[in-house]
Design a binder for this molecule. Structure first.
Ligand code: NDP
Length: 292
């Protein structure tokens, strides 16, 4: 087992493992159970799922079967767009608890920042008070979208603990990070490996660093992100990668190397949450209640 990932302290006082395992696009045909069980065995103590990944049930079963005490594993899930109306939001939280088969969720996020975000946020604040959720946060909030909801006053009721956004060496979210740090909101990276982007993995700088440290390019990317203070949860269905991705706690990039990787930033990602029509496109992408 590799060295344990350090924890980051959130603005609500909770401590989150800074390194986790993402399960987006892992099917619920036994594959999620297998991958999460493997990850837990290898030392991961943080799993990132969502209602819209349709695999909360297998995540919960893998956690329950792992034999690891519940309070040593951090579980994140996310409410889908369809459920933001207040009553639906309450039901979404209860449904996630039921699917996971757990008494509480460590972190629940507003998955996409469109529609009745204010009602969903209210329901999440109440569920947190009721002990169903330990930390609450948002996702895919760009500076513009963050400002919109801040202007409506929803963050005066409760500041999100995290904002989970696309982040990797090609999209380093410099403007957003400044706004988040002013509000003591921790950034979580989705697509920390650029979803396997070939040009990112072919970057000469990253390959040279991999050679220098006897690591692979994925490990260099994840180590960079970790040293930037970003929470990461790379996804893989391959045993060797599940193991190797976590093995980044025995070396350190120098400040010159960090600066050099910072220069790979292209200032935009694969997904633009500000693009007109994104909310409707996502809402129509699938129905999370199709199998209810
Ligand atoms: P990642 O950046 O984690 O990339 C995953 C891809 O990279 C997979 O195709 C995987 O392939 C491949 N991969 C994994 N490890 C390596 C490696 N060491 N070398 C080369 N390729 C590798 O993308 P994700 O989109 O999965 O993001 C991570 C997590 O973030 C998700 O699983 C999910 O939990 C969350 N997320 C949240 C979103 C949001 O809107 N809030 C949106 C998207 C993701 P293989 O499996 O074959 O190994």
């Amino acid at each position: 087992m590799t060295e344990e990932a350090p924890k980051f302290k959130l603005n609500d006082g909770n401590e989150i493992p800074s390194f986790g395992f993402g399960v987006f696009q892992i099917p619920a045909d036994g594959s999620t159970y297998k991958a999460v069980s493997q990850a837990l065995k290898d030392g991961y103590r943080h799993i990132d799922t969502a209602v819209a990944y349709f695999n909360e049930q297998e995540v919960g079963k893998a956690v329950r079967d792992s034999g690891i005490p519940r309070n040593q594993i951090w579980i994140t899930s996310k409410m889908w767009l369809q459920d933001y109306a207040y009553e639906d939001a309450n039901k979404s939280i209860d449904r996630t608890l039921k699917k996971l088969g757990l008494d509480y969720i460590d972190l629940y996020l507003i998955h996409q920042p469109y529609g009745k975000v204010d009602e969903a946020w209210q329901a999440m604040i109440e569920a947190q008070k009721a002990g169903k959720i330990r930390s609450i946060g948002v996702s895919n909030m760009t500076p513009k979208i963050w400002q919109k909801w801040a202007d409506k006053g929803i963050f005066n009721k409760k500041m999100p603990a995290v904002n989970q956004v696309e982040f990797n060496p090609y999209f380093q979210q410099k403007e957003l990070r400044q706004i988040m740090s002013q509000n003591h909101v921790t950034l979580e990276a989705w697509a920390p490996l650029g979803e396997g982007n070939h040009s990112l993995f072919a970057e000469p700088l990253l390959n040279n660093l991999a050679k220098k440290y006897g690591k692979d390019v994925g490990q260099i990317i994840l180590r960079f992100e970790h040293q930037e203070g970003i929470i990461v949860f790379p996804k893989s269905i391959h045993e060797a990668r599940i193991k190797s991705n976590l093995d980044i706690f025995d070396f350190e990039l120098t400040s010159d190397e960090m600066d050099a990787i910072r220069k790979l930033d292209q200032g935009h990602g694969a997904h633009n949450p500000d693009a007109p029509g994104t909310g409707e496109m996502l809402l129509n992408a699938f129905d999370v209640h199709a199998n209810d």
